[in-house]
Design a protein around this ligand. Structure first.
Ligand code: GDP
Length: 719
């Protein structure tokens, strides 16, 4: 890194930049909190309630209706930690840039969550003060741990009946197994929520009650009861930080005095090192505690300089690791993390710059396509405004307008810095259904729309069923596909009929086998002749199709080899058991023959398809089905019923445990057995159990069930 990673022109120094996410269980209040942050940072001037359908980050209409946030928009705002008498803040009265990367809350969109976790440096995790730690937030929590993302917890909805801050703090410690320290403790609860105890400064922050236009607050002295709570929580912080941080640890041992500023800096280091999680409580809806929460984001979450440099590979040599240091003077390297079809400006590619800078008019290089593209315009999203910018600096987030050949997960870099940032890993689609436009004239519009959506979303796949000619869409879950159909209607004005959701099965082979195929037609005029001999062997799981060409002596002339390989690839899209895609096969093309006059590309392609089908027949093909990781949280008295039900669904129980009268059951269950589960699990538990589910792996289907699947195949008619 150079001595000063800041270029003189940048609007915000790197150490005053925060890229954060807000993660939450659906309904915990993420949208409301995001909106309040935008309000208090001056990005929007009026608070629009979620139930009015007027929030700012949810720009997709159906999200407004559903009240869930599906896409990760990035919003840029500015924050100044205000000076308050007797209160120490680490970055007081300095302008800070805060980029909020919106992470989706529904588990069907796990890939989106993973993708956004890669580009943010820290995150606020929102819990509901009544519901506490819910299973799905645990999933998000584990993902954040996987990517080493430092966290602050906000216990929201402290104004609701039944809200209990201490109980949620306990759950965060027990269920998530982290050292959590209380930095902002709610004063009162439910109707009597007044404000927060600022533990480190030992002050009371009391908010006014103006709900519609945001609130103001006063910093007051603690009363005796509050002082006792603050003392205890303060001692806890000192102990936790002393444990996690050497500098404070030493002072603590030597019994030296630790100033508030030093303690805050220690807490900052420990949070960034992922050793401590600060917790704050409040109510986004009632405007209580949002300002001090944003102060905490600035105080405790890292700047781009405080996270490990991004790592990538040399595209020419997969074993060679390359590093992109956060530094304006470095060579340009960035990750495209989100594509967005914007109503006004067209296609936007959101990207995070890791090193170097990029300006309007510059050319970027895409190592995946080996192509260059010119940057026409750069913009930053400031709530609902598009702010044109000249340059995007390292550690910042912006969007490119009108760039063509880019998909989610692509690296965009300087051509002389050929680097592939490790692309996020995306799970394979597990569910599919047929779609058909309501009116025939919409066919082309539908194809265009689906193509565009596929480009935006790496977990969404479109294909044509060879036998029926139907368009099949596949994705991560029923809700995922429902949202796609909705977007088709709203953004591309295509009304579509859809079939019943079907499981996306796979086929594979279990033993090596030879195959031979001949196409021979010689009835007057010019004929057709192709002849291919090959071997197939099972490949390792996940390796897909690999091929080798060992034809010698021109048995198949060179100019036809490509056609043969095309035939091999095509035969993999339609297996012989029930026409599902075939995976994980190695093909060795060995021999063949040709005819001087009658041979052509098409004849060799067909011969290869015949050879593959011949080999599949001898290779003991089997059907694979998606298996899901299912986690059910249920009151103990229903645990037995829940487990019995999962067993009937061919589930394999992996783990069970109980915590405070609540049982958690983890199981692996075939997706085909999970249709209608949300209703069933409610019935079994009198409405008290909840569950989450995510794709785990593909496993062989038991023989007795294969028969049924083959019978059902072809009945996927459009409803
Ligand atoms: P999201 O699904 O996590 O984005 O949650 P929303 O922000 O859409 O909030 C879900 C519901 O909870 C909405 O009806 C909000 O008005 C409500 N809500 C959000 N925050 C609070 C809060 O602090 N207190 C109360 N009482 N309700 C809240």
């Amino acid at each position: 890194m150079s001595d000063n990673p800041n270029s003189p022109n940048r609007p915000y120094p790197l150490d005053r930049t925060r890229n954060i996410g807000i993660a939450a269980h659906i309904d915990a209040g993420k949208t409301t909190l995001t909106e309040r942050i935008l309000f208090y940072t001056g990005m929007i001037h009026k608070i629009g309630e979620v139930h009015d359908g007027a929030t700012t980050t949810d720009h997709m209409e159906q999200e407004r209706e559903r009240g869930i946030t599906i896409t990760s928009a990035a919003v840029t705002c500015e924050w100044v930690q205000k000076k308050n008498e007797g209160v120490v803040k680490l970055f007081e009265e300095q302008k800070q840039r805060v980029n909020i990367i919106d992470t989706p809350g529904h588990v069907d969109f796990t890939a989106e969550v993973e993708r956004s976790l890669r580009v943010l440096d820290g995150t606020i995790v929102v819990f509901c003060g009544v519901a506490g730690v819910q299973p799905q937030t645990e999933t998000v929590w584990r993902q954040a741990t996987k990517y080493n993302v430092p966290r602050i917890v906000f216990v929201n909805k402290m104004d609701r009946v039944g809200a209990d801050f201490e109980s949620v703090v306990g759950e965060v410690r027990d269920k998530l197994g982290v050292t959590a320290v209380r930095i902002l403790i709610p004063i009162g609860a439910e109707d009597h929520l007044k404000g927060q105890i600022d533990v480190l400064n030992k002050k009371a922050v009391v908010y006014s009650d103006d709900e519609n236009f945001g609130s103001t607050f006063e910093v007051k002295e603690l009363d005796a009861e509050q002082a006792a709570i603050a003392e205890e929580a303060y001692a806890e912080i000192v102990e936790a930080v002393a444990d996690a941080d050497d500098e404070i640890g030493e002072k603590f041992l030597m019994e030296e005095e630790i100033s508030i500023k030093e303690l805050k800096q220690g807490l900052r280091r420990a949070t960034i090192a992922n050793k401590i999680v600060p917790i704050a409580g409040g109510s986004a809806f009632k405007n209580k505690g949002v300002q001090f929460l944003v102060d905490a984001v600035v105080d405790y979450l890292p700047s781009p300089l405080e996270i490990p440099a991004a790592k990538g590979q040399d595209p020419e040599d997969g074993d060679k690791e390359l590093i992109a240091e956060t530094d304006d003077n470095g060579k340009f390297c960035s990750l495209a993390f989100k594509l967005w079809a914007d109503k006004y400006v067209g296609k936007l590619v959101f990207f995070r710059v890791y090193s170097g800078t990029i300006s309007k008019g510059d050319t970027v290089y895409n190592p995946r396509t080996r192509k260059r593209e010119r940057i026409g315009r750069l913009i930053q999203m400031q709530a609902d405004k598009h702010q044109e910018i000249e340059t995007c600096y390292s550690g910042d987030i912006a969007a490119i307008v009108g760039i063509k050949n880019v998909t989610t997960g692509d690296t965009l870099c300087d051509e002389s810095f050929d680097i592939l940032l490790e692309p996020p890993s995306f799970p394979e689609p597990v569910i599919a259904m047929a779609v058909e436009p309501k009116t025939k004239v919409d066919q082309e519009k539908m194809s265009t729309g689906l193509g565009r959506l596929m480009e935006e979303d790496p977990t969404f796949v479109v294909k044509t069923d060879e036998e029926t000619g139907q368009t099949i869409i596949a994705g991560m879950g029923e809700l995922h596909l429902e949202v796609i159909i909705d977007r088709l209607r709203r953004e591309f004005s295509v009304e579509a009929n859809v079939g019943k959701p079907q499981i996306a099965y796979r086929e594979t082979i279990t033993k090596p086998a030879p195959g031979e195929g001949v196409l021979k037609k010689q009835t007057g005029g010019r004929g057709q002749y192709g002849h291919v001999v090959l071997d197939i062997t099972p490949n390792e799981k996940g390796k897909g199709l690999t091929t080798e060409n060992n034809v010698v002596g021109g048995a198949i002339p060179k100019e036809y080899i490509n056609a043969v390989m095309n035939g091999v690839e095509e035969s993999m899209t339609n297996g012989i058991i029930a026409g599902y895609p075939v995976v994980d096969v190695h093909v060795n093309v060995k021999d063949g023959s040709y005819h001087e006059v009658d041979s052509n590309e098409n004849a060799f392609k067909m011969a290869a398809i015949f050879a593959m089908k011949d080999a599949f027949k001898k290779a003991k093909t089997i059907l694979l089905e998606p298996i899901m990781d299912v986690e059910v949280t249920t009151p103990e008295e229903h645990q037995g019923d829940v487990m019995g039900d999962l067993n009937r669904r061919r589930g394999q129980i992996q783990e069970m445990g109980t915590k405070a009268n609540v049982a958690i059951v983890r199981a692996k269950v075939p997706l085909s057995e999970m249709f209608g589960y949300s209703t069933d699990v409610r019935t079994i538990s009198s409405g008290r159990a909840s569950y989450t589910m995510e794709p785990s792996s593909f496993e062989p289907v038991p023989q007795n069930i294969v028969e049924d699947i083959i019978k059902d195949r072809g009945t996927a008619a459009v409803a």
